[in-house]
Write a protein that binds this ligand. Structure first.
Ligand code: SF4
Length: 314
């Protein structure tokens, strides 16, 4: 591990929690993430947005731990119960190259925000050794600008959530203070780094930004405010993916609004609003996506060696 990586993690301020944990000395912070990268699954993913998954699939690498505590998290066994395996930075670089060798469209880093310095180091190694496919950074949006700057020139496509506008919702459902202003600053930094959206003739995004927003039951008006911000600060051409897949999972049953699925009425209200304010590039999801069947099984496939890789097009 490089000296600069160790230093960045000796008083960790990699994410906006800035809890100052000495991860280099073996003391995890709020997210619980260790010093070495920790990965729960390496797979081919076919249910991301079309410019990400394409025909051949996206090369997802799911990281363990998280800096949010979403009460409805569909990946809670890796994000909050921290299932996964610690690996070296060199092994992480190899995994990226293995995803390329499998013919997948991109390397898709899922929730790497608390492992940014290690991931940046692994990407540098992989690029020196021939990684050329686009690198996608798939994020919960709760990122610091300083952390994201470590990824400048290494990430091609940012795929962040913009989950909430109201602070109260973010505090209650994700235990995340100041989520909206933090995510807004992070997304502007992602836009600065990627500058423009470039989609190849085969439909795969090679550079750019796609924002994701999961519409929550009982809170579709909060979605309007998120869309207003996108329209005002990023413009009408911004790619936005409106997710209809909310399924009550994990601790959601303890919260009145979250204990049911989204209605067609609520989702349509948000898609109508999207069009009414002049946004042009939207991805919508079928209601059939709202099932726990779409949750990956985090069985460490592909983490140790290429032999255990699972192709998950079922
Ligand atoms: S990445 Fe983890 S340890 Fe570092 S500041 Fe964020 S919560 Fe704290």
């Amino acid at each position: 591990m490089k000296e600069s990586t160790l230093q960045a993690l000796s008083r960790c301020t990699v994410c906006p929690r800035a809890c100052g944990a000495d991860r280099s000395g073996g003391n995890p912070g709020f997210c619980g993430a260790p010093l070495q990268p920790k990965v729960a699954l390496v797979s081919a993913h076919f249910w991301e947005e079309p410019p990400i998954s394409g025909e051949k699939g996206s090369g997802t690498v799911f990281f363990s731990h998280c800096n949010l505590r979403c009460v409805f998290c569909q990946n809670h066994d890796i994000s909050q119960e921290n299932h996964g395996r610690e690996i070296s930075i060199e092994r992480l670089a190899e995994i990226f190259l293995e995803q390329q060798a499998r013919g997948l469209h991109n390397v898709n880093l899922v929730s790497a925000g608390h492992f940014i310095p290690q991931t940046a180091e692994a990407l540098e190694i992989a690029k020196k050794n021939g990684l050329t496919i686009p690198v996608v950074y798939n994020s919960n949006g709760y990122e610091s600008v300083e952390g994201l700057r470590m990824l400048e020139g290494l990430v091609d496509v940012y795929l962040p959530d913009f989950k909430y506008w109201e602070d109260e919702l973010a505090r209650t459902y994700s235990h995340a203070p100041h989520y909206a202003r933090t995510a807004a600053a992070a997304i502007l930094e992602m836009r600065r780094q990627t500058k423009e959206d470039r989609i190849r003739p085969d439909g795969i995004m090679e550079k750019g930004l796609i924002l994701r927003h999961l519409v929550l039951p009982g809170h579709y008006k909060d979605s309007f405010r998120v869309l207003d911000w996108i329209r005002e600060h990023l413009g009408e051409e911004t790619y936005v993916s409106l997710l209809n897949q909310y399924t009550p999972m994990y601790q959601a049953s303890q919260y009145k609004n979250l204990s049911r699925r989204l209605t067609t009425f609520e989702y349509e209200k948000v898609t109508e609003y999207f069009l009414s304010i002049g946004l042009k590039n939207g991805f919508v999801q079928k209601r059939s996506s709202a099932t726990s069947d779409y949750t990956p099984i985090f069985d460490l496939s592909g983490v140790e060696s290429a032999d255990t890789f699972q192709n998950r097009k079922e």
